[in-house]
Design a protein around this ligand. Sequence first.
Ligand SMILES: O=C(O)CCC(=O)C(=O)O
Ligand SMILES: [Fe+2]
Length: 296
Amino acid sequence: MALDLVPIDRISKHDKALFQQSYFKNHQPAVIQDFCHDWPAYKNWSFDKLKERAGHLTVDLYNNKPADPDKSTMFVDERMNFGDYLDKISSNQQVELRIFLFNIFKHIPSLKKDILKPDLVDGFAMSLPFMFYGGAGSVVHMHYDIDLSHVFLTQFVGRKRVVLFAPEYTPLLYRLPFSVISYMNVNKPDYEKYPALQHVKGYECTLDYGETLYIPAGYWHYIEYIDGGYALSLRVLNESWLKRIEGAWNLLGEMRIDNFMKKYFTQRWFRYKNRKAFENANEAMKHFQKVENVEI
Ligand SMILES: O=C(O)CCC(=O)C(=O)O
Ligand SMILES: [Fe+2]
């Protein structure tokens, strides 16, 4: 049995009141089909043009292996000339190599001029644009963004499949405590090992060239690159001060504790977190079963 996933609504950025009332305020995801259509980037960020401007840079590449639960940093699998990397991912062969944590705007500041501040909602943090790149077949494992900001992910080349789950489902997704990851398999859920997944409901979409996915704050996301391509993420800080503090605590507190414990108590710490993930899921499952029985 596959997970219970429904398609994400598609709207236009001109439906501003609708977006604010029905999606942003309620933390409901949406695909905005024309969010970036008036930005210079919409025309200027093709493979060829990006290669012309940034092809000389060197980049770190990461493969599809999930993050090692015992290590605080991801291992770089390869370093490559960015132009060669763009050639490779545009060939449409399976190239399971991604780039993240690479601030292209620091190296080529003129690229920032190709992004216009959206007026769909207030509060876009224009100083923090981020780009993600991947070849066909690359996977972004299930996680949520640690700072608990809203994310607007705009696709410039290629398509990707995205699956989302609301933060309410966090315990049912067997989140490893002190982290933002889950080891569940989105495409082949193992209900025997992870029975709580039967109660999870999520969303899915295929994001195409020029489309933008609104990922509400704290939403889990899992991504598969259908084609080689790249996207830009813009953030809007969480409207709740409590959530902003929680986001800062995740970054400055939880993450540091996790890294410290990984270093000094590697196996014991992982076993503890794993046990907790299952305890939390079992507890949450009882609650969801009660709610579902009432609904029936
Ligand atoms: O598109 C990607 O490769 C990753 C996107 C992501 O995880 C994010 O924007 O938070
Ligand atoms: Fe993310």
